[in-house]
Design a protein around this ligand. Structure first.
Ligand code: SF4
Length: 99
């Protein structure tokens, strides 16, 4: 008996998700800072949706569109005050598609 194995990349699976933007009401906010803390800087590497980026002044910015609400940034940076984190309002945010 032969078993067929199909390899699927994580990026391809994530592409199936949809996101409903709550325009003008981001559910995550990066607090103003001159220089990012080590944890805040780490978000530019660890966020699976790549929502965090460095701007040309070396500060961390977020574009919350595409956030999967995994909570990684919340665990790393909310307690230290680098970010404010809330769930999106009902009806907005990520729509997971499985399969
Ligand atoms: S909750 Fe997860 S996916 Fe959303 S911005 Fe934070 S680390 Fe990225």
């Amino acid at each position: 008996m032969t078993i067929a194995v199909t390899k699927v990349r994580v990026e391809d699976k994530l592409y199936q998700n949809r996101y409903l933007v709550d325009s003008g009401r981001p559910h995550i906010i990066v607090r103003p800072h001159e220089k990012p803390s080590a944890n805040l800087l780490a978000l530019t590497y660890v966020c699976p949706a790549k929502c965090y980026e460095l701007n040309d002044r070396g500060q961390v910015e977020i574009t919350a569109d595409g956030c999967m609400e995994c909570g990684t940034c919340r665990i790393l940076c909310e307690k230290g005050g680098d970010i404010e984190w809330n769930y999106p309002r009902g009806g907005f945010g990520v729509l997971f598609k499985f399969g």
